[in-house]
Design a protein around this ligand. Structure first.
Ligand code: AMP
Ligand code: GLY
Length: 430
């Protein structure tokens, strides 16, 4: 029988974790939510405890002392450090893969070789230690290539190069970033991108609604890469038959492949996909909920998220289906002046929460902190304005209207999230 009065610990402090706290706290089965370290937007929904997300020992001690029934790990860094392993060692139920299984995100080389072993559709690639050898390959290859650093690089380790010169420069950029580590050079794929996430117990998988994030700083998916300037649900161009194909050709083979290699993968498996003319192909995997996709996915979920997370931990995902609202959801990120290069921090933030609520807009905090009584900016991506609607157009209008109730000096947003022309389709240049 299902347990009630659950006590949940959410690890992390961004917009994704605020959305998780909001959704988990709404469950009638949950009586207490802790967030470590959390952010000021979570106050009232969760008790924030000042333990950094990477302090595994303190987190585990806190969970034991406070009788946490389920720990939910938001970001990749604690997973890479082995947070799940530590919780499991102490017998604390945890949602998030082990350090070894999280290699699917933390090492791009490991992920590519895994995909080859299990015939998962992805771009052809070569791996190099020597940057000069990588450049010779780029020249011999001739076509557009994508150069990737191994390991976590906070979104900076991937360069798409359309010409030979760009390709060689890309090798230098990536080699400088990760001196001595391996470099991947892969074929450039063409099409639309989409994010597809499942919750899995390592045997079966519960699909979430498709999403599309917008990583580029400028309208039309142009300009420098960021941590994500917005997200929409569903992903443009996505339908049920595509979902079935992705489950059959990508998600389930990955879960079975991980299992056959000794990894019972518990958590979110996030596939970053290119929808090519030859079918969906994997750009990357993440071992966690996406940010900002999660801020747009969870408001669409009618079911209780706790049931799904618990099923993943208990190995009963095959008995769960999730219900979703019709329509669409749009998340727009409000960023600090100077982001992504050098965000200016410490600017006072004003939020008219009453008006935002009246307009049906959720404001999820990301880079915010309290300075005495004042709420100030503490990161490049500061707030997320999120709204559902019966159509993408309606959801976008509401989310943008919601942003008018938020302000801080230097605040900027993309203006096209959820609107026509926002998605640049990766096309072969003439
Ligand atoms: P990743 O971190 O591997 O997902 O790469 C970040 C971004 O680089 C993706 O969202 C794509 O826009 C782009 N990208 C990565 N790999 C490829 C590829 N093989 N072909 C085209 N674009 C790619
Ligand atoms: N939205 C991309 C990520 O979460 O990595």
């Amino acid at each position: 029988m299902k347990q009630d009065n659950l006590c949940i610990l959410v690890i992390g402090q961004g917009g994704r974790e605020h959305a998780l706290v909001w959704k988990l706290g709404a469950s009638p089965r949950v009586s207490k939510v802790y967030a470590a370290p959390g952010n000021p937007g979570m106050e009232g929904l969760a008790k924030c405890v000042p333990i950094p997300a990477n302090d595994l020992h303190q987190l585990a001690c806190f969970a034991l002392e406070n009788h946490v029934d389920l720990a939910v790990i938001g970001p990749e860094a604690p997973l890479a450090l082995g947070a799940s392993d530590e919780f499991m060692r102490l017998g604390i139920p945890v949602f998030g893969p082990t350090k070894a299984a999280a290699s699917i995100e933390t090492s791009k080389v490991w992920a590519k070789q895994f995909m080859t072993r299990h015939r998962i559709p992805t771009a052809d690639y070569r791996i190099f230690r020597d940057p000069e050898a990588a450049k010779r390959y780029v020249r011999a290859h001739g076509g557009p290539v994508v150069v990737k650093a191994d390991g976590l690089a906070a979104g900076k380790g991937v360069v798409v190069a359309h010409t030979l010169d760009e390709g060689e420069q890309a090798v230098d950029i990536v080699a400088n970033l990760t001196a001595g580590r391996e470099i991947i050079v892969e074929d450039c794929l063409f099409g639309r991108e989409a994010s597809f996430l499942v919750i899995t117990d390592g045997i079966s998988a519960i699909p979430l609604v498709s999403a599309k994030d917008h990583k580029r700083a400028k309208d039309g998916d142009r300009g420098p890469n960021t941590g994500g300037m917005g997200a929409v649900v569903p992903a443009p161009g996505f339908d049920f038959s595509l979902q079935t194909q992705i489950m059959d050709d990508i998600i389930m083979p990955v879960i079975r492949g991980l299992s056959s290699e000794g990894h019972r993968y518990v958590g979110v498996l996030y596939a970053g996909l290119m929808l090519t003319s030859q079918g969906p192909m994997v750009l990357e995997f993440n071992a966690r909920f996406g940010d900002p996709e999660t801020q747009a996915i969870l408001p669409m979920m009618e079911s209780d998220l706790v049931d799904a997370l618990e099923a993943a931990v208990e190995g009963t995902c095959s008995s769960i289906t999730l219900d979703w609202r019709d329509g669409a959801c749009v998340c727009v990120v409000a960023a600090s002046c100077g982001y992504p290069e050098q965000p200016r921090l410490g600017k006072e933030i004003f939020i008219d929460e009453e008006q935002a609520e009246k307009d049906g807009v959720l404001i999820f905090h990301a880079g915010t902190r309290l300075d005495g009584e004042r709420l100030v900016t503490a990161g490049g991506r500061v707030l997320n304005a999120v709204s559902v609607g019966s159509s993408m157009e309606e959801a976008a209008s509401r989310a943008y209207r919601g942003l008018s109730h938020v302000s801080f000096e230097g605040m900027w947003v993309r203006h096209d999230i959820g609107r026509p022309g926002a998605c640049r389709i990766q096309e072969r240049r003439a």
